[in-house]
Design a protein around this ligand. Structure first.
Ligand code: UD2
Length: 297
């Protein structure tokens, strides 16, 4: 075929020449399967935005706020508006059993929020677990023609600095702040062979946080569907994995490697002191009193 009409060049931009050495020798910036680990100083945002801006993408965000967790919404949404995917189309899908308590937050241009009324639950483990199934249904019913990428995020978190298109990829996981740099034997994977989330002591790459799942719609759909099916098997066998869907997510990522890994900059914890490798905190879990906010111990 003559004349390739698919060939479109992005606008010409000025940017620095790529370095031939590693800009972050203090941390690993690549997994053994050659997926980038995103750290401050490893990417040039001008180059990345120049690629994604012209693709006219929409990013869906799922967030769950059931029971008293609605109190985290204001900070979550307001800080996301300041830092998360600024300049891109973002559609928040908010699952809640308290639609009347959703705060009014002014959204930027090209950004919208849909509230989805969800059944109440009296077990926090159940709430956390059921997210997989609800995301699966949402993707099937509503998102196929609506969004290109999706991020599934925890509501008890807040954005503090830029989180943009450098985080986009086919299948994206984030390194849990507390387990970065610890040995795999210490990871809180599910260790009972009776569970579908079982990972033996001598296996495991990283410990991924359940608070961040991202990627292209179809890849995330496969992930949440698989985890939901594994959770169903566990339920039938009367076993609940150590860290609910986070355990199943870790099992999934072990055998379906993420194509991009977000450093703990994207999943920090307000309770944790900052080591020197942490040049920036982009998002962090806020301090919460579990006994007070959760419906059950
Ligand atoms: C960890 C994970 C979390 C999840 C959980 C599994 C991180 C930083 N956190 O957090 O993602 O895998 O373990 O047990 O990776 N929720 C409500 N109402 C409730 C309870 C929970 O809306 O009453 C929702 C809410 O969106 C919250 C999420 O479920 O962000 C996870 O619950 P959590 O934050 O209490 O779980 P946590 O802190 O143990």
């Amino acid at each position: 075929k003559h004349g390739n009409t698919d060939l479109i060049f992005p606008p010409r931009i000025a940017c620095a020449q790529p370095s031939v050495s590693n800009s972050r020798p203090d941390v690993s910036t690549m997994t053994p399967w050659l997926a980038p680990i995103v750290w401050e100083g490893t990417y040039d945002l001008t180059v990345i935005d120049n690629i994604y801006k012209q693709q006219n993408i929409t990013v869906a965000v799922t967030v769950f706020a059931l029971g008293k967790y609605v109190r985290f919404l204001k900070d979550f949404l307001e800080s996301a508006e300041q830092h998360f995917m600024v300049g891109y189309r973002v559609h928040y899908y908010l699952f809640t059993d308290r639609p009347d308590e959703v705060p009014t937050v002014t959204l930027g241009e090209g950004r919208q929020l849909t509230v989805i009324k969800t059944a109440t639950s009296n077990r926090w483990q159940e709430i956390s677990l059921r997210r997989m199934e609800m995301i699966e249904k949402l993707i099937e019913k509503e998102l196929t023609d609506e969004a290109d990428y999706i991020f599934c995020l925890d509501v008890d978190s807040k954005f503090y600095a830029h989180w943009g298109a450098e985080s986009l990829g086919d299948l994206v996981g984030a390194l849990h702040a507390w387990y970065f740099g610890t040995s795999r034997e210490q990871f809180t994977y599910e260790r009972r062979p009776e569970s579908q989330a079982f990972i033996p002591l001598q296996e495991g790459d990283y410990y991924y946080g359940g608070a961040v799942i991202g990627g292209r719609l179809e890849k995330v759909h496969k992930l949440v569907k698989t985890c939901r099916m594994q959770l169903d098997v566990d339920r039938a066998n009367h076993i609940e994995a150590a860290w609910q869907e986070e355990s199943h997510l870790n099992k999934y990522f072990l055998y379906n490697k993420p194509s991009k890994v977000l450093s703990p900059e994207y999943l920090w914890d307000d309770k944790k002191g900052k080591p020197s490798y942490m040049k920036v905190v982009r998002s962090s879990q806020v301090l919460k009193n579990n006994a007070e906010v959760r419906p059950n111990p």
